[in-house]
Structures are given as structure tokens and as C-alpha cells.
Design a protein around this ligand. Structure first.
Ligand code: NVA
Length: 313
């Protein structure tokens, strides 16, 4: 029996990621291209954290794949509190075709995947946001004329280098053969095991990894420049101490001027104008953030289709 999950970006090999991204672009051109959930089968979407784009894009995508989006409020389900992760999973996987979960510690979704008999998809954890990176890669590919063009491009991310987005850019970007540069303040650098893993993948794909505390070095010559909130969900009590160290990493017109002239700007949203990004940049001509938000839909439909077809469950 083959059963595939998507808990972190490197759960897809470079060839597999390529298939998913090609399918994402095909879904962009034809929203009803494939209907693997027709019948209809349900997919559970559970969230333990706030969500807008992820919930909307999964619910819409599951419906467009012919299925039923079963939305579960994590504050009611209280997974791991009211009922164990294992028991919850064993109830769900007899009824749904896949489980999508946004939660806190990665160990929680790993435990679910260990038990589940259907694909489990990470809809954001403390460690990774791999569905967002698939959308980002598809967005970049769409702006460059296809998935073939990702290899060799430079992708810069400035801001919290220790958060889920930074880790997913590292793993997902090098899987696509990109040169991933992370610019972050001391104390907010990516986890060393993720940098090491990304470096290993890069050695096989022709990509590379740069981690620097100089935001200008990170951005210089980049084709895509991304940032994210300085205060991720779960970090709220550190909001005050996170203000000052990140100021030099704000994505503003001055910093963006060091990227390639045709560079595009990415942000997973929600954005805090005047903090990690200026209004001038996110609302400016180089910003593609709403294309990026739309690609959540296409990329997740492609991912679900691929996982369901690859897993013989
Ligand atoms: N790093 C952010 C991403 C939000 C989509 C967070 O985890 O809150």
C-alpha cells in the first residue's frame, strides 16, 4: 500500500514537486480539469489557529474537485486535549478521503500522519507552511512563463528566518532548484537542521542556500523577494521584543531597489503595512500578492489530486 502525506516541503521530490506545480498551472487555466473527489468524498479541514486564505482555498478547492469540505473547528474538537490525536485520526480516516490540519507543534501532525490511513496535509504548523510555498512557486512560475523557469532563479526572504515560512522557502525553493537567500536578524535565523537539509537538496538540484544577517545581501539580484509577519501565530507574547531587531529587514522601496528591476514581491498575508512591508511596496507594481493568494487554490487542488492518485487507499 502506498500512502503519501505532505507535512513539509521535502516530502515531495524535485520531480514530484514539478508534477504538482505543472498541475497547479493547469488548474489555473481550467478550474474543473480533474474531479478526484467526485461522488462525493469528504476532506476534513481542521484548524487550531486563525485562518482565512487557507480555509477558503481548501474549502473552495475541495468543492471544485467534486468533494465535500468538512470544516472542523479545532477549538471545539480540542485534538490532543479532549481526545487523543490517535483516536481522532482513527475516527476521521474511516470517513474522509484526506485530512488537512493547521496546528501548532509539528509533532502533532507527525503523530496524525503516523496513524492515518488517508493522506494528511500540513495547512501550517509552527515549523512549516508547505502549501503556501507550492502556491508561491506556482506564482513565480506563472510570472516567468512556466515551471521550467524556476530552476536557477534567486528567491530572497527577509524577516523572521526562524519561522514556518522561512523554513518552507528553504526546503521548497531548493527542491525547485532555486537559489534561496534568507536575510534575518541574529537570534531569528533558520534552524540549523533545516539549513543542512536544504543544502543537501540543493546539491542535487543545482540550487543553493545563503543565510545572512545583511538584508541587502539577501535581496541583491533576486528575482522574487518575499517577507512575512514578524510575529507569527503563537509568538504574540513576544510582539514587543520582536519590533526593533526586524526594522532593518522591512521590505521597503529602498531594500527592493537592490533586487532585479523585474523582481516580483511575495507575501503570504496577512500583511502588516508599515511593519515588515511598506504600503508602497505591497500595493505597488511589483507586488503579486493577490495572484499568490489565488494560487493557494490551484496549488492545493493539484496537491490533493496528486496525493489521492499516488496513494492507493
Ligand atoms: N508565519 C505566519 C504565516 C501566516 C500565514 C504565521 O505562522 O503566523
Amino acid at each position: 500500500m502506498t500512502l503519501r502525506h505532505f507535512l513539509r516541503d521535502d516530502d515531495l521530490s524535485p520531480a514530484e514537486q514539478r508534477e504538482v506545480l505543472d498541475l497547479a498551472l493547469a488548474f489555473r487555466d481550467d478550474r474543473h480539469l480533474r474531479r478526484p473527489l467526485a461522488g462525493s468524498q469528504a476532506v476534513a479541514f481542521i484548524t487550531d489557529k486563525p485562518t482565512l486564505r487557507t480555509q477558503v482555498s481548501f474549502a473552495t478547492g475541495i468543492a471544485e474537485l467534486g468533494g465535500f469540505p468538512l470544516m472542523v473547528d479545532g477549538s471545539l474538537a480540542q485534538i490532543g486535549v479532549r481526545e487523543s490525536i490517535s483516536d481522532t485520526t482513527r475516527v476521521l480516516d474511516r470517513q474522509v478521503a484526506a485530512i488537512v490540519w493547521r496546528t501548532f507543534a509539528d509533532s502533532r501532525i507527525q503523530e496524525m500522519a503516523h496513524v492515518s490511513r488517508v493522506p494528511v496535509i500540513n495547512a501550517l504548523t509552527d515549523g512549516f507552511h508547505p502549501c503556501q510555498i507550492l502556491a508561491d512557486l506556482a506564482t513565480i512560475a506563472a510570472h516567468r512563463g512556466g515551471v521550467d523557469h524556476l530552476k536557477g532563479l534567486s528567491l530572497a526572504y527577509v524577516g523572521d528566518g526562524a519561522n514556518n515560512m522561512a523554513h518552507s522557502y528553504l526546503l521548497g525553493g531548493v527542491t525547485a532548484g532555486m537559489h534561496v537567500r534568507i536575510g534575518a536578524p541574529t537570534g531569528y535565523l533558520p534552524a540549523t537542521d533545516i539549513v543542512a537539509r536544504a543544502t543537501d537538496i540543493a546539491a542535487t538540484t543545482g540550487g543553493s542556500v545563503t543565510v545572512t544577517t545583511d538584508p541587502r545581501e539577501a535581496v541583491t539580484g533576486a528575482y522574487a523577494v518575499a517577507t512575512d509577519t514578524w510575529v507569527s501565530m503563537g509568538d504574540e507574547e513576544q510582539a514587543a521584543q520582536r519590533e526593533t531587531p526586524f526594522v532593518p529587514f522591512q521590505l521597503n522601496a529602498g531594500l527592493l531597489s537592490h533586487a532585479r528591476p523585474e523582481a516580483i514581491v511575495l507575501h503570504c498575508l496577512p500583511a502588516y503595512r508599515g511593519k515588515e512591508i511598506t504600503a508602497e511596496v505591497i500595493d505597488g507594481p511589483q507586488s503579486v500578492v493577490f495572484d499568490e493568494a489565488e494560487f493557494r487554490l490551484h496549488a492545493q487542488k493539484a496537491l490533493l489530486t496528486w496525493l489521492l492518485e499516488t496513494s492507493d487507499v
